[in-house]
Write a protein that binds this ligand. Sequence first.
Ligand code: SAM
Length: 282
Amino acid sequence: MTQGDANLHPLARAARNPPPGWQPQGIDVSVPSIARVYDAILGGKDNFPVDRAVAEELVAFVPDGREAAIYNRALLGRGVRYLAEQGIRQFIDLGSGLPTANNTHQVAQRIVPDARVVYVDNDPIVLAHGRALLAENRYTTVITADVRQPEEILNHPDLRSLIDFDQPVALLMLGIIHHLNDDENPNGLVARYRNAVASGSYLFLTHFVDHGAETADLQKAILTDLGSGRFRTLEEITAYFGGLELVEPGVVHIPLWRPDGPLPETLRLTEKMIGGGIGRKP
Ligand SMILES: C[S@@+](CC[C@H](N)C(=O)[O-])C[C@H]1O[C@@H](n2cnc3c(N)ncnc32)[C@H](O)[C@@H]1O
């Protein structure tokens, strides 16, 4: 066991150092999970062979496909930094995923040390790892809930103990809304969250972008392997921002959103696979 492992929640520690034949309780290691596959794509350690196999299969659809996830994490850092610089002190990160480098609370609290961050994910492994990471951080919590149950999330006592809905809040929905199929009312759900927050709040959202035939097979594979995964056009993604004022440069392929450095002249598919932006509630 490494020194870092000693601080982990027992479930997370066991998942990292499994004795032969060990099965973590409450986690089905024979079925891939979205959070663990994404962790595997990012090169994390919190995943199982079934997740790694799906990750390998999916990234092979697009040259340098792994980079799409890396661009998404890089945008998370730039976007949260932007929001904290606008004075936002409260963040609700829906579909937060497994902790990795530069998580929302780390980026936000570098700028606003007492920024409140609530992570929400429906995969219990996120709670197991998140609890260990956040044990020392009283301004941050993790709850296990489904984004399709907005009332449960918005009224959750742990969320309510950190978030003041009379003050502006940043709603983060990075890489999650494409896991809602059309019959699950993604537009209505995003609107429900937008309506719950005060004027001056922000929505920060990223989503798979539909490039017709170029992304059709990948969409089919994601749907088959993970049970959800819908590519939508930049126009459809823009509609999630409803009546919000889009922050410049609007909803774009993510490397183009306020880049920190120079960009290639033409974007490849891996750079165009995810789009998103930030909108402010007037
Ligand atoms: C692709 S990861 C994105 C992680 C992180 N937001 C990021 O952009 O780096 C999507 C996450 O959404 C979570 N998720 C998928 N469907 C969900 C749902 N209905 N409710 C809550 N979380 C969900 C998955 O468990 C996974 O951790």
